[in-house]
Ligand binder design. Structure first.
Ligand code: SF4
Ligand code: SF4
Length: 136
């Protein structure tokens, strides 16, 4: 990858929330989102989370891509899961020009805005790896 990547999330856009794929949660994400909604972690988990031995992810509703995506955007924005907060600085995108370009086909913010230094992009990618050790 070059010495930096450009990115600026575009107002009003919700494309990344509409893509196929799972939204994984760290244990801390689960607690934070529950608190944000005024629920207990147990109640939040029962309603929204699918848990396996090593992973937690949001259940996928039949007709929509994410329970929390409303017309105005993410309804839990201040408490959204780590992978949503860090996007597009996921390890697989930061480390591959090809994957970055491919993802930029649906994310209009990639390639826009300020140049994010590669060290900063990699630090965010590292946070992803640390948050989801079961995925990386
Ligand atoms: S697709 Fe890109 S520009 Fe659109 S909301 Fe997601 S991060 Fe922002
Ligand atoms: S939790 Fe929020 S940011 Fe993440 S996919 Fe759902 S609506 Fe989008």
């Amino acid at each position: 990858m070059a010495e930096g990547l450009r990115f600026a999330c575009q107002p009003g856009c919700t494309e990344c929330c509409r893509q196929r794929g799972f939204v994984y949660l760290t244990e801390a994400d689960l607690v934070r989102a529950a608190e944000f909604l005024g629920m207990t972690a147990a109640a939040f988990e029962k309603k929204y989370v699918y848990r396996t031995r090593n992973q937690r992810r949001l259940r996928v509703p039949r007709e929509a891509h994410c329970h929390f995506l409303l017309d105005g955007g993410c309804s839990i924005h201040p408490a959204k899961p780590t992978q949503c907060r860090i996007f597009p600085f996921w390890p697989e995108l930061v480390e591959s020009k090809r994957e970055w370009k491919k993802t930029a086909r649906y994310c209009p913010g990639m390639g826009q805005g300020p140049l994010i230094q590669i060290d900063s992009a990699r630090a965010q990618a590292r946070e992803m790896r640390e948050g989801y050790p079961e995925l990386y």
